[in-house]
Design a binder for this molecule. Structure first.
Ligand code: HEM
Length: 199
């Protein structure tokens, strides 16, 4: 059966496959990345997480967003802890953070929730053991990998996010707008990865 979360996945499958091949993403997964570039990446993720979390908290009276319970997915604090472990180059200020700071509508926010939280729980969790191996990090609560540490089972979190997205009350028009925004948000990641790749 077609569900909204299935439509989101189908709609973004191509760009997902392409972004996995982005040279910055490839370098991340191959450990071919300087610590200060990873730190700068974290700094950008922090800015995006902050913009997203604040926008979600601001719009908690929107009828569609009111139905979502997302605190378990928030990453800002975890990223802030990780930032203590990595040097940074000059901040790049990802355009996605500015986009989310600019009064996003419900469709845009839901698109950002889908892309960011599924990216963290998909590729993000695959990245964790690689970074640990490349940088010879010990297991432990604060080795700079808190971004990839959740209080709840990640499989359950992924399932729950899809269920929440399927239950959210959007008109057909809003669902279509959301799917367009998903592509836009992938594109904004792409442009930010281009900048990171040039560092
Ligand atoms: C090499 C890099 C990446 C790998 C290996 C990867 C891997 C994965 C995997 C395995 C899943 C499926 C999770 C599951 O449902 O069990 C997933 C989902 C997802 N990833 Fe990635 N990912 C990568 C990069 C990215 C990037 C850069 C983004 C966006 C910024 C992204 C966004 C998403 C989204 C939105 C989903 C949900 C797709 C769906 O609805 O099933 N991923 N990823």
């Amino acid at each position: 059966m077609d569900t909204f979360s299935r439509n989101l996945r189908d709609h973004s499958a191509l760009i997902h496959a392409r972004i996995e091949e982005h040279p910055f993403v490839q370098a991340l997964f191959q450990g071919d990345i300087r610590r200060e570039v990873y730190g700068t990446y974290l700094l950008g993720l922090h800015e995006i997480a902050q913009a997203l979390e604040q926008a979600l908290l601001r719009s908690d009276r929107d009828p569609a967003l009111q139905q979502l319970h997302l605190e378990a997915y928030f990453r800002r604090e975890a990223i802030a802890q990780d930032l203590r472990h990595f040097p940074t180059a000059q901040p790049l200020r990802p355009a996605l953070a500015a986009y989310l700071n600019d009064e996003p509508d419900a469709a845009t926010l839901i698109a950002a929730v889908y892309v960011r939280y599924m990216a963290d729980l998909g590729g993000g969790l695959m990245l964790r053991p690689r970074l640990q191996e490349f940088w010879k990090l010990q297991e432990g609560p604060d080795q700079g990998l808190n971004l990839y540490r959740y209080d709840e089972d990640p499989n359950q979190l992924r399932r729950a996010l899809r269920e929440q997205l399927n239950q959210v009350n959007l008109s057909v028009h809003e669902e279509n707008a959301c799917m367009e925004q998903v592509l836009r948000i992938f594109q904004l990641h792409w442009e930010w990865f281009d900048q990171l790749w040039e560092l």
